[in-house]
Design a protein around this ligand. Structure first.
Ligand SMILES: Cc1ncc(COP(=O)(O)O)c(C=O)c1O
Length: 376
């Protein structure tokens, strides 16, 4: 079976893990500091705060913005982690509709849904394609609102030449098993705001003012056992094992994303004449992270079954959040989201795909006979 995604770990990651395991320090330490430093340089942000997931980055990022009791503008077409972070903060998700081509939140819908209760705007770079950040930034500025970017899919993506991660108040990255850059599990919050970085660093470890590594391994500290706690925090930090894997992955991310781009373009070329398939767009002035190849197909379920017969996995990203029971109180009509999601299908895309794999997917897709109307 060709999977939708396969991790691409090599000898570098194995050696990095070995070094940390034998070093005598596997908690958060030098590898975490180095990974944060290199990641902040990579995306061009003042601060990178490593965490154990993007879910934690979203939760703590919104917490640092004090959204509790208010409304957060968001998209429904995303993994539930984006919107659970709003509910976990005792805030109200206000679902906006999406742009039919990019499947990203539609700036016009953001503007229409801002109220005096709005505390933040959360946007998701769907499948790695950057949102329209100029339009979103202008709306945010006009209303004095912070922007949180869910960049789980967008490591290495660029918007008008700027790296995703250095643009808004807060950006949240995922390094879980399926992401472009994986630490097996992990996440990173990037920001240019000193106070947000400081607060999230405390919140990631019980609210404690100084990390264990700082207290015990750095020289010149008196009373190393002493620390202060001003608010209740959580246990969400990254450890040196995951950070060491992250450093190895970071050194290869541009090459891996280039590999994804090549497969993306091959698919686009091969599917160009299929009337019943709409390939994902890449707008001018952006470089997508190309995390996933999400096409539109009216007979989506037929295609998934056909691909399974050809030993190829295909997926659905996503069933929109507002359709889950837990989001029933926040449900509303979202004409584009509601009409497009039953047509979405995710095809295999990962850097270690062989030319044979790619041709097998192309052959199976182009050989499909859709049932019923091919109209969109
Ligand atoms: C859009 C989006 N946001 C957030 C997350 C959560 O990431 P993590 O698994 O690192 O918590 C995911 C993970 O799949 C995601 O796809």
């Amino acid at each position: 079976m060709i999977p939708i995604f396969r991790p691409w770990f090599g000898e570098e990651e194995v050696e990095a893990v070995r070094e940390v395991l034998l070093s005598g320090w596997v908690g958060p330490g030098t590898k975490v500091e180095e990974f944060e430093q290199k990641f902040s340089e990579y995306v061009g942000a003042e601060h990178a705060v490593s965490l154990n997931s993007c879910s934690a980055a979203l939760f703590l990022g919104l917490k640092a913005l004090n959204v509790e009791g208010g409304e957060v503008i968001t998209t429904s077409l995303t993994f539930v982690a984006s919107n659970h972070a709003i509910l976990q903060n005792d805030a109200t998700p206000v679902f906006c509709d999406i742009d039919l081509e990019t499947l990203n939140i539609d700036p016009k819908s953001i503007e229409a849904n801002i109220t005096p209760q709005t505390k933040a705007i959360l946007v998701v770079h769907f499948a790695g394609h950057p949102c329209d950040m100029d339009a979103i930034g202008a709306i945010a500025q006009k209303h004095g609102l912070p922007v949180v970017e869910d960049a789980a899919h967008a490591v290495g993506a660029r918007y008008k030449g700027k790296m995703i991660g250095g643009i808004s108040h807060i950006s949240c990255f995922s390094f879980d098993a399926r992401k472009n850059l994986s630490t097996c599990d992990g996440g990173m919050l990037t920001t240019n705001d000193d106070d947000i970085a400081k607060r999230v660093k405390r919140l990631r470890w019980m609210g404690i003012s100084k990390g264990t590594y700082d207290r015990f391994r750095k020289k010149g500290l008196e009373k190393r056992w002493e620390y202060e706690i001003d608010e209740v925090g959580y246990k969400c930090y990254m450890n040196d094992l995951n950070a060491a894997i992250g450093l190895a992955q970071l050194s290869k991310i541009e090459a891996a994303n280039a590999q994804r781009r090549e497969t993306f373009l091959q698919y686009g070329h091969a599917f160009a004449d299929l009337e019943w398939l709409q390939a994902p767009v890449v707008r001018e002035n952006v470089r997508s992270g190309m995390h996933a190849y999400v096409a539109r197909v009216p007979d989506r379920d037929g295609l998934i079954a056909h691909l399974a017969d050809h030993e190829i996995d295909a997926g659905v990203h996503y069933k929109p959040c507002h359709l889950f029971n837990v989001y029933e109180p926040y449900r509303r009509e979202l004409p584009v989201t509601d009409s497009v999601w039953p047509q979405l299908v995710t095809l295999p895309l990962f850097p270690s795909m062989t030319e044979d794999n790619v041709q097998q997917v192309i052959g199976a897709v182009t050989g499909f006979q859709p049932n019923g109307s091919a109209a969109f």
